[in-house]
Design a protein around this ligand. Sequence first.
Ligand SMILES: Cc1cc2nc3c(=O)[nH]c(=O)nc-3n(C[C@H](O)[C@H](O)[C@H](O)COP(=O)(O)O)c2cc1C
Length: 239
Amino acid sequence: MKILVINASPRMESGNTQVVLTPFIIGLKEAGASVDLVVLKKKNIKECIGCFSCYAKTPGRCVHDDEMPAIMEMIQAADMLVLATPIYIDGMTSLAKKFVDRMVTFLDPHFVSDNNRVRHPLRFSFPNKMFLISVCGYPGLHNFDPVVLHFERICNNFNSKFCGALLRPGVFSILLTKRYPEKIKNVLDAIRSVARQLVTDGIVSPETLRAVALDICSSEELIQTANGFWDRELKESEQ
Ligand SMILES: Cc1cc2nc3c(=O)[nH]c(=O)nc-3n(C[C@H](O)[C@H](O)[C@H](O)COP(=O)(O)O)c2cc1C
């Protein structure tokens, strides 16, 4: 199975999204998948200007001269597309959205009716499976409600199966390795297990997803730790 993973964090490899992606990619490979990783911030991808040239004037080709056509080739070759985005103000990052909007070039302009919804047919081959990875700062899985719903609708738009979402709230707590080595190891192991299940079964058990999202510390401790960090940063900036 060929899997294309998109890292949509502006912090690239030094972000918390990558902290989750690293064991995830190891798990995919352990299960025999071949994996390509695209770090969006490193790519020249311009935003869609809504000219619809890719619909009719130059069918399947965008007016922009950038790196999106090369990524589109990778998408066409993949069996599964994984989008990894941190939560930015209750949604995906603008990098992620810019990328998704540019995928409009995959669509034929005609409308088709499908399950009481309208969408466009695909003009090029597209992965028939999609999976979401997201991390956020606040504790609680409710923080992901908007992005999960949005991602499910994106899957529908591209006629691809939504295979689930790996969600890690209170993501800073997985950096407290000295305080909670065992719990953090379990979370990282669960992330690898999610990836292996995705490759072998095409679906992930709810228990494993719950193990990924497990509270490493209480909300109170997370708040205290975060506030302590920012107090120190503020003090340093005063000096
Ligand atoms: C502009 C911005 C907006 C954010 N908004 C939210 C938010 O609405 N909810 C939340 O839980 N975390 C929010 N966060 C925290 C990020 O989700 C968190 O820092 C995450 O680790 C970022 O991933 P990264 O390190 O891969 O960039 C926000 C961070 C930034 C920079």
